[in-house]
Ligand binder design. Structure first.
Ligand SMILES: C[S@@+](CC[C@H](N)C(=O)[O-])C[C@H]1O[C@@H](n2cnc3c(N)ncnc32)[C@H](O)[C@@H]1O
Length: 985
């Protein structure tokens, strides 16, 4: 029996496995990510049907074991080998292949043939080896094997299948040409009796053996492989039983007097009065004289991951799925019509009869993907007629495509305009643009908004080309709507009809207070020179909220500009027209259709892990979470080609993930394709873990972007919400991969000059050349990073290093910190006068009280109560060979490991910025606290860079249909070279 833990903060981690969630929510400033120990089951190998598989040998959440140090803390990908206990009562075991248990009949066939069910439900996609297994397959609850056949499914899917498969009754059926026989329907192990009775039988002769073999050969092949004495039912009792004792196939069946053909869609019995919709893909009889059909299911909106968040969706809308299984013929209820619709934004189902269904998207539980059905001509019937379920695999595989190297990385002609909402200092958009460029697409952040002034200043400083607005998102939406109206009014709905005459303003541009004068300028009157800006809100804090123009007054400086409500400018039509005309031309604001891409991280303060007062029961009704609604309202209004939303993992955790489901539901409701993934920043070449949720949206006719697979090993620190574990962007167990070693602190910051806790310089020079690939990359200038000048032209000695200053500690804390030894794992527990008891709690040794120069005690009182005295984080040093816990908005040395390994100070702004992947040329505005906040809030640039690449590849239609893609080699530290852009496409 053995178990181990992942290192946290490079020390033996704080041992709080039993209070993981409570800890997160109670802990300020830790971004919901309290470092916690993660029990790692040890995997034993054994042979199953000649295959080497691993089974969990042991698992425990016993504290004493949990605190054992990990001998090998580097784990390939989050959730991959490491598994964890999500709660003390339900330890989750990990075993990638243990789920194909030795007793199961449902094994990979020796010839490596794919097995007969959809990729979602097939137990082993053997052509891909282990690659097809999702993360969820590796999790078992309380050590009980979860059916590998449902590895991609949500609980709802499983429940749905259970319902679907629960028709079991004694009925008299006529079996084809056979005489009537009394048989027991055993569509599932659910023994619930169905009250419905009917007469169902196959019609006509069985199809010839030759044709049956040709069309459904996989079933006959499987039959041949069943060893003597074994069950004919694969996954017996499971939700997707496959019956292999097939005797013959039919083309038609009569169910209650109605003839059904292959390809027909039908209502199929569910639980109670519920009926589900599926398409019949096979009719077959088994050796025990039972009649079955195989069904390919359609999902209703509420049966998908959207669940209750889909309540407002059209009830006639179905989602195609490749999920299939075998059912008794008697489960068919009636024929239904399912119309395939070409994907269309804003489609209204008025042309659909109430009795009909329509389907314009495919749903796959893998990465919660909603995708357009490929083309209108690619008919569903054709798809459903596929004779082997495995041939549907290509639609749903989540394995990566081969890395696509763009030869010469030629720049695509089109420029894509990006709007960054809740932009902060611009981490997300900066990375997106860098990554898109590596795919050959010029993505430009044209507009950005944030309600923090210092964040806006930072963004503008680094992106002078961007229209940055200091405004709330809700006011921005109001402004966009007003702007559209203005454009319609003053451009007469037609940009070509721009009025050329300019108003001289002589008689119409004077304001005295709010009253307009039409005569000569009188004393106390001011003449409008021009309108220079527009906003919605109350920037001058007059108490009046609304549309305002910034007025430049004749004879006055820009510093005398004032915001005036549009109502006060009704006599300044010429000026308004001039402003709207030039603003429209230069696109000071996007009109619907102008923004190709919208990205943003709407804050969800009401659910954030450190918010104790969150409304966990109904977070959408929490005012602090309204921004997610505003975000999608802006998307709806502007109608971009692509959407990328980022958020903390908690949106998939609280209130049964209602916020995450809401986000998906909004996109799908607008007919956007959607895909949700959870990415760990450390997997993309950063020395911090940082798990974040990303949601792609794409116009129905665009290619839905993929999620980029990790490039680096990462040290796992915590796990995504269990239900969404399968959304974690990671290689599947056994899938071939080339991962680079995890980046550690030394790789990232060892070249930075030493500074003290009292450092106040904003600029300094480097004192040594870069030592690592990371450092070489992060020091590239903006021109080098964007490929405008060749790399390496800048001499490091002449480069300026900015923001390399730490938050200044109080004198007491500084003195305390000086007592922490400069060694791995050091923290306040190394102070003299601390007693550590066997239960890991700390206590004061009254005999050894040390006082600071201020007279206060060296050991502050709170360390004895913080996390019940068990924490090791106060005054903890991070060490060179570690990654740090998620960078948060303030380096609070009382509660986080934020202290430099060998200098008596917290990590500097620049060091934090590097941990987030910001290049050294990126500067930050505001006071030190504001700057830390911007850095900590940002999407790690290295992560958004990978997503920008995925976006560019999708835009160029160079990516596959799979959910995941492989990045080019060395992507993390790759910048375009000049040659890359020499020949435009
Ligand atoms: C998580 S940060 C976004 C970070 C950004 N995406 C990046 O990568 O740098 C959220 C931002 O939303 C801003 N914010 C919060 N509420 C807002 C609102 N109602 N309107 C506009 N901005 C808001 C905050 O100032 C903060 O900068």
């Amino acid at each position: 029996m053995s178990s181990t833990t992942v290192e946290v903060n490079g020390t033996e981690s704080d041992t709080l496995p039993l209070t993981l969630h409570a800890l997160r929510s109670d802990f300020p400033d830790n971004d919901g990510e309290s470092p916690a120990t993660v029990p790692v089951p040890v995997l034993n190998s054994s042979l199953v049907n000649g295959e080497s598989v691993q089974t969990p040998a042991s698992f425990t959440t016993d504290e004493s074991i949990v605190t054992t140090k990990c001998s090998s803390p580097k784990i390939s990908v989050p959730g991959e080998v490491l598994e964890r206990s999500t709660s003390p009562n339900s330890p989750r075991l990990s075993s990638p292949t243990a789920l194909i248990d030795a007793t199961s009949d449902y094994q990979q066939s020796p010839e490596n043939k794919p097995l007969p069910s959809s990729p979602i439900s097939s137990p082993v996609t053997s052509e891909r080896g282990n690659a097809g297994r999702s993360k969820s397959e590796r999790l078992t609850q309380n050590g009980i094997r979860r059916s590998p056949r449902l590895r991609g499914e949500t609980t709802a899917d499983r429940r749905k299948l259970k319902r679907i498969m629960s028709c079991e009754e004694e009925v008299t059926v006529q079996q084809g040409n056979d005489s009537c026989k009394k048989i027991k329907l055993t569509a599932s192990s659910n023994k619930k009796q169905s009250k419905q009775k009917g007469v169902s039988f196959f019609v006509g002769e069985p199809v010839t053996e030759h044709e049956a073999q040709e069309r459904w050969g996989w079933r006959y092949e499987l039959k041949g492989k069943i060893r003597k004495g074994r069950s004919w039912v694969l996954n017996a009792g499971g939700e997707d039983e496959v019956h292999v004792n097939v005797v013959c196939h039919y083309l038609q069946a009569d169910v209650n007097g109605c003839i059904f053909n292959l390809g027909d869609c039908a209502h199929i019995k569910g639980e109670g009065k519920q009926q589900h919709v599926g398409r019949i893909v096979e009719f077959f009889k088994t050796s025990d004289d039972k009649s079955y059909f195989r069904v390919q299911w359609f999902f209703r909106a509420e049966d998908t991951v959207m669940k209750t968040a889909a309540a407002l969706h059209d009830k006639n809308r179905l989602f195609f799925s490749t999920l299939m299984n075998d059912n008794l013929l008697e489960c068919i209820v009636s024929k239904v019509k399912v119309i395939e619709k070409a994907p269309m934004l804003g489609f209204q189902s008025t042309s659909i009869q109430p009795s009909e269904y329509y389907c314009d998207m495919e749903y796959s539980v893998k990465y919660s993907t909603f995708r357009s059905l490929v083309t209108a001509t690619d008919s569903l019937v054709a798809r459903c007629d596929l004779t082997t379920p495995s041939s549907l695999d290509t639609n749903n595989m989540t394995i990566a495509t081969a890395p696509l190297e763009i030869s010469g990385c030629q720049l695509y002609k089109t420029e894509l305009a990006l709007l960054d909402l809740y932009a902060g200092c611009g981490g997300m958009s900066t990375g997106l643009c860098l990554g898109a460029k590596l795919s050959g697409v010029k993505l430009v952040t044209r507009w950005a908004i944030d309600y923090h002034k210092s964040a806006c200043d930072s963004l503008k400083l680094n992106h002078p080309e961007t229209e940055v607005r200091h405004i709330t998102a809700e006011d921005f939406l109001a402004l966009l709507k007003e702007w559209e109206k203005l454009c319609k009014t003053y451009l007469l709905d037609d940009p070509d009809k721009i009025i050329e005459t300019s108003c001289d303003g002589e008689n119409e541009s004077r304001i005295n207070g709010s009253s307009l004068l039409e005569t000569d300028v009188a004393p106390g009157e001011y003449e409008v020179s021009s309108l220079v800006d527009i906003c919605y809100g109350d920037p001058s804090r007059t108490g009046q909220h609304g549309l305002k123009f910034k007025v430049r007054w004749k004879g006055y400086d820009p510093s005398d500009d004032t915001w005036e409500p549009i109502e006060a400018l009704s006599d300044c039509q010429g000026h308004i027209q001039d402003f709207v005309r030039s603003g429209y031309k230069s696109k000071i604001l996007p009109c619907p259709g102008d923004a190709d891409v919208i990205c943003g991280g709407p804050p969800c303060q009401g659910i954030s892990g450190y918010n104790r007062f969150r409304n966990t029961d109904d977070p959408l009704n929490d005012e602090r979470n309204q921004q997610i609604i505003v975000f999608f309202d802006i998307v709806k209004f502007l109608n971009p080609k692509y959407v990328l939303m980022e958020n903390v993992a908690d949106i998939l955790r609280f209130d049964k993930a209602s916020l995450g489901r809401y986000a998906l539901s909004r996109l799908v409701h607008m007919n956007y394709q959607a895909r949700l993934g959870i990415m760990a920043a450390g997997s993309y070449g950063l020395p911090q873990f940082r798990l974040r949720v990303f949601l792609w949206g794409a116009h129905p006719n665009e290619k839905l972007p993929q999620f980029p697979l990790p490039t680096h090993e990462v040290i796992v620190r915590y796990f995504p919400p269990a239900e969404f574990e399968q959304n974690t962007v990671a290689y599947d167990e056994g899938q071939p991969r080339k991962l680079q070693e995890a980046i550690v602190l030394r790789d990232a910051i060892s070249d930075l000059p030493a500074v003290t806790s009292h450092e106040t310089r904003e600029e300094m020079t480097y004192d040594m050349p870069p030592e690592t690939e990371f450092q070489k990359y992060i020091r590239l200038t903006k021109d080098e990073l964007t490929g405008s000048v060749p790399k390496g032209v800048t001499d490091w000695k002449s480069s300026v290093l900015t923001d390399h200053r730490p938050y200044k500690l109080s004198e007491d804390d500084f003195h305390r910190l000086c007592h922490v030894p400069r060694k791995k794992g050091a923290n306040f527990r190394d102070f003299p006068g601390i007693i550590v008891r066997a239960d890991n709690t700390v206590h004061r040794d009254p005999a050894k009280e040390v006082l600071l120069p201020s007279g206060r005690p060296l050991i502050p009182d709170y360390v004895f109560t913080f996390e019940k005295g068990k924490s090791k984080r106060p005054f903890a040093r991070v060490w060179w060979d570690e990654n740090v816990p998620t960078v948060v908005t303030f380096p609070n040395l009382h509660s986080q490991a934020a202290v430099h390994p060998e200098q008596d100070r917290v990590l500097t702004l620049r060091e934090y910025a590097r941990l987030q992947g910001f290049p050294d040329h990126y500067r930050f505005c505001g006071n030190v606290k504001e700057r830390y906040c911007q850095v900590g809030n940002a999407v790690a640039v290295s992560v958004s860079k990978t997503l920008g690449y995925a976006l560019g590849m999708a835009f160029r239609k160079l990516s596959g249909d799979e959910a995941l893609m492989t990045l080019p080699s060395d992507f993390a530290f790759r910048a375009p070279s000049l040659d890359d852009f020499s020949t435009p496409l």
